[in-house]
Write a protein that binds this ligand. Structure first.
Ligand SMILES: Cc1cc2nc3c(=O)[nH]c(=O)nc-3n(C[C@H](O)[C@H](O)[C@H](O)COP(=O)(O)O)c2cc1C
Length: 185
């Protein structure tokens, strides 16, 4: 059975660079015969999470079941005031260790400045609290590296190389962990 990864794009706008980057990452994974689910929080908005209502909206149920079925996650966020977007944090508030625990997670950000590192450190802290396994690398694009061609491929050769390298090593990590989980169960 193919490995499955759940991708969540956390920008709430059209033509978001983090979402275009995540779609490019999805294309690299599909080329490796990895199954990918894609939640775009702009196209599939979620209501504000409230612990008073556990009868979830269909978009929430779909996202949670895709994450639960996945062997790992890739989360993309815009850098907003040095942190993750409210849209992505809201999505993650619906989740628990039940879906994320023990799974590898790659964090990705897009910033207005050259890089968005604060959002990545915050995202990794959230992942740790969901008992996910933060990958050793991350990806950030920003001023100078956030241009894409009409085919959705990064224009900058260095960015392409970096993204492809990190995705390759994350896919290997996810495969090793998925094989280990299968062997234990
Ligand atoms: C509310 C808001 C806060 C932002 N804060 C930051 C910031 O702290 N650092 C930064 O480099 N860019 C910041 N930006 C710029 C965004 O990170 C930039 O536009 C990025 O491309 C957004 O990602 P997206 O294209 O995936 O939506 C901010 C933009 C907005 C709208």
């Amino acid at each position: 059975m193919n490995m499955k990864l759940a991708l969540i794009a956390g920008s709430n706008r059209t033509n978001a660079s983090s979402t275009i980057l995540l779609r490019y990452i999805a294309s690299l994974l599909k080329a490796r015969r990895i199954d990918v689910s894609f939640t775009d929080l702009y196209e599939q908005p979620l209501p504000f999470f409230t612990p008073d209502d556990w009868d979830f909206h269909p978009n929430v149920r779909q996202m949670i079941s895709q994450v639960a079925e996945a062997d790992g996650l890739i989360l993309a966020t815009p850098e907003y005031h040095g942190s993750v977007s409210g849209a992505l944090k809201n999505a993650l508030d619906y989740m628990s260790a039940e879906q994320v625990g023990g799974k590898p997670v790659l964090s990705v950000s897009a910033a207005g400045g050259p890089l968005g590192i604060s959002s990545l450190t915050h995202l990794q802290a959230i992942v740790r609290n969901l008992h996910g396994v933060n990958g050793p690398e991350w990806i950030s694009i920003g001023y100078g590296s956030n241009g894409f061609g009409p085919d959705g491929v990064p224009l900058d050769a260095g960015t392409r190389e970096r993204v492809e390298g990190v995705v390759e090593s994350f896919a290997k990590l996810a495969e090793v962990l998925a094989a280990g989980v299968a062997a234990v169960n």
